[in-house]
Structure formats: C-alpha cells, structure tokens
Design a protein around this ligand. Structure first.
Ligand code: FAD
Length: 401
C-alpha cells in the first residue's frame, strides 16, 4: 500500500472539487484530487449551462475565464411566456448590469482541468472504493484503489467532500450528527440536445396548461430544450415527434414565433428534488456542492451554489494556512448555509411558479396571479432578478491571492 501526504485531500473532480483545488493551488496550499470516473467521462458529462454573475467573477479570480469570456453567451435577461404572451425580463438592467452567462458545465470542468495540467498538481482518475477514516483525529486519512488494483492511503490535514449527491463523503458523517432536509417534486424534466440553431437569442421559460417548457442554447448550431414530464418518465420511450410537438405547443406565442426542429442527439430525464444536509462540517471533513445540497434545476442554481460554497471554504482554508486563524473554518457551515437556503427558497419559488400540477385548480389560479404580478410590477421584477442573477458570494478568497 503506497502512502501519500498532502494538506487537503479533495474527493470529487466536479466543478466544486476542481475549483477548490485550483484556488488552493494558487494560494500555495498543496492538495490532491481523487475522482471516481475517467477524465474523458467528466469532460463530456453534460449538465448545467447557466452561470451566475458571482460564479463568473470567481472563475476570473481563479484565472480560468479566458474561454468563458470568448465563447460564453452573455445574457441581458430572459423571456417569460404564458397564455400566448411573451414578456421580456431585463435582469441585467434591473441589477446594475449583472449578466448571466450560458457556458456549458463540461467546458468549466475542461478549463479547470487544463489549469491543473499546467500547474502540475496531482489528480487521480478512476479512484475506486474511496473511503474516509479518522476524521476526528488531527490527520484524517482517505484510502482508495487505483485502476490496476493497487491500494493507496492519503494522510491530510483536511478532507473536502466534493463528490456530489451520490458520493461517499456525506455518509462519513455519523447519522446521529447530521440532519437531512428533502422535498421531492411530482414531476421531472425531459432535457434534449438538438442539432438545430436556437430559435431564440435569450433563454425562454414557459408556463402552460400542459406543463413547463424551457428553451436554452448551447452554441450557434446546438439547442437545449426541456419539458416537464412525469417523474418516472423513461426518456428512451418518448418519440422525438411528440417532444417537438409538445415544445411547439408550450412555447407558442400569438405573434407567429416558430420553433426550429432538428435531430435530437441526446435526451434524458432529471428528477426534481430539493435537499440540504446540516451541518456541512464534521471534525476535519467539509462538504461542498451537490454532496451537501440539491436544488431543482428551474433556477439553475446547483453549479452556482457549488461555486459559492467553494468561495467560503477556500477563503477559510487560506486563512488557516496563512494566518493560523480558524474562525472562518469554524463558521464555514453557518456561512455557506445562509446562501444555500436563500437559493433553495428561490429555486422552490420559481419551480412552483412555472410548473403545472394537474388537479390543483386553486393553485393554478394563484400561479397566474403571481405571474401577472411579475409582469406588471417593476419592483417584483427587480427582486426576482436580484436572486436570478445571483446574490453576492460571502467568501473572499481573492484577499489571499
Ligand atoms: C440536467 C441538469 C441540468 C443542470 N443545470 C444547471 C444549471 O443550468 N445551472 C446550475 O448552476 N446547475 C445546474 N445543474 C446542477 C449542477 O450540474 C450541479 O449542481 C453541479 O454539477 C454540482 O457540482 P459538484 O462539483 O458539487 O458535483 P458533481 O458535478 O456531481 O461532481 C462530483 C464529482 O465527484 C465524483 N464522485 C462521486 N462519487 C465519488 C467517489 N466515491 N469517489 C471519488 N469521486 C466521486 C463524481 O464522478 C463527480 O465527478 C444541473 C444538473 C443537471 C443534472
């Protein structure tokens, strides 16, 4: 069994783990990333697309925003559709110029991996059977087996659990010391990637009696679209023709707008759930990103929340290593949870506003009243926009860089 020592061992090479590794590396704090999957798998995993303004700023601080600024699509707002009407939401104008950016998550991951290649910091792909040990001692350990079957043990000062919702880090916290909050929604999202130029220049969110629909873009030749479906829907059994017909119906306006159709190259169903574990710390283990919380995708907060956790955790670790002050580390959980719950609330609000639950007629009328309120009230739009573009991150790692 080989033995390695580092300051921080990071479990998971998603956006949370890679961003933490990058920021710590810039501050001269050695760290090692362990990833279950192959490099190719994580570089091609299609997920999030919408980056909040503070996430873009943090990627800039991490020095990995060149491609994002070149290829990202900077949005001034979005379009809301219901009852055949289209309403433009000028989110940037309402928030002092803060733009959201469409830039695929797998590109963020590639940018962070490229930066790690350049800095030469260690990362292990296909790390199997990762297990956390001795978290309540001064020197916790993480063990894993490599692709050739050899066993390894890493000894560190701290462990960052950035291994997503299905990872092993969260369950390393004793059950009696953690509280999990969960809400499941009675619907899912069928997402498609289609080889067709987008029919819109900005994001479209639509509320319809048949359910929610959304139109996003990936590139000048690729469109990303979503449909509200039953939670147990099997994407493979839904005919492409049905998907395009439903999208056309739910996105329709009275002014002759048309939806371009094209070959569907990928389709999958995402379950809708809200989840938070508290606290985010157990002894020398810190949880961040999807390992600690899940939001329904409606408000596109998942990746952005992972970034906001990392802003707080990276600053706290830098303070520890630079000044010996552990106050920020001790407050990590409380600080990060403040923003997590605000994002949870907004995600739940936006989900309830736009989705259709059959049989709930009273709720449906309230939904319409809420939508009307958003359309006619500038202050309601401003408050919505502030949360949509992303409230500021609480961490300030840049003060150590
Ligand atoms: C269809 C879809 C659309 C989305 N759209 C948006 C959006 O527009 N905006 C947004 O902000 N968010 C969105 N999200 C959410 C976003 O993708 C996640 O919140 C984000 O990936 C969280 O990053 P993370 O690093 O915390 O977790 P992950 O990306 O899940 O990364 C965790 C990593 O840990 C690895 N891992 C797991 N188990 C182990 C183990 N035992 N050992 C070692 N490594 C392990 C995994 O392979 C993975 O690479 C979307 C999600 C989906 C599914």
């Amino acid at each position: 069994m080989s033995s390695i020592e580092t300051s921080v061992v990071i479990v998971g090479a998603g956006p949370a783990g890679l961003l933490l590794g990058r920021l710590l590396g810039l501050a001269g704090i050695d760290n090692l990333v362990l990833e279950l999957r192959t490099r190719r798998y994580i570089e091609e995993r299609i997920r999030a697309g919408l980056l909040e303004h503070p996430t873009v700023e943090l990627l800039g601080i991490a020095g990995v925003d060149d491609h994002l600024r070149r290829d990202g699509q900077f949005d001034e707002g979005f379009e809301l559709r219901f009852e055949g009407e289209r309403v433009w939401f000028p989110t940037a104008e309402l928030t002092g110029g803060q733009q959201t950016v469409l830039y695929p998550q797998q590109e963020v991951v590639k940018d962070l991996l490229r930066a790690r290649d350049t800095s030469g910091e260690p990362i292990v792909f296909e790390a199997l059977d990762v297990a956390l040990h001795n978290l309540d001692t001064e020197r916790p350990q993480v063990t894993y087996r490599d692709a050739d079957g050899a066993e390894h043990v890493i000894t560190a000062d701290y462990v960052a659990g950035c291994d997503g919702f299905h990872g092993v880090s969260r369950s390393a916290v004793p059950q009696t010391l953690r509280t999990e909050f969960q809400h499941d929604y009675p619907f899912g999202w069928l997402g498609i990637l289609a080889e067709v130029p987008p029919s819109t220049r900005e994001l479209i969110y639509a509320h319809h009696d048949h359910g929610f629909a959304m139109h996003s873009r990936r590139s000048p030749t690729l469109s990303r679209l979503y449909l509200q479906v039953e939670p147990d829907c099997d994407a493979a059994t839904v005919p492409d023709e049905f998907i395009w017909d439903e999208l056309t119906r739910r996105l329709a306006t009275q002014d002759g707008w048309t939806l371009h159709r094209g070959p569907i190259v990928q389709k999958s169903v995402t379950a809708m759930r809200s989840f938070v574990v508290e606290p985010l710390q157990y002894k020398r283990l810190f949880l961040a990103g999807d390992a600690a919380h899940i939001v329904p995708p409606t408000a596109a907060k998942g990746l952005n929340l992972a970034a906001s956790d990392i802003s707080v955790l990276s600053e706290a670790l830098m303070d520890h290593y630079r000044t010996g002050n552990d106050e920020l580390l001790a407050n990590y959980s409380t600080t990060a949870l403040r923003r997590i719950w605000r994002a949870q609330e907004f995600s739940r609000h936006m989900t309830a506003l736009l989705h259709h639950v059959p049989g709930q007629e009273f709720e449906r009328r309230l939904q319409r009243a809420r939508l009307q309120n958003l359309v006619i009230s500038r202050s309601a739009q401003a408050s919505f926009s502030e949360l949509y573009v992303g409230i500021p991150f609480e961490g300030k790692p840049e003060r150590f860089l």
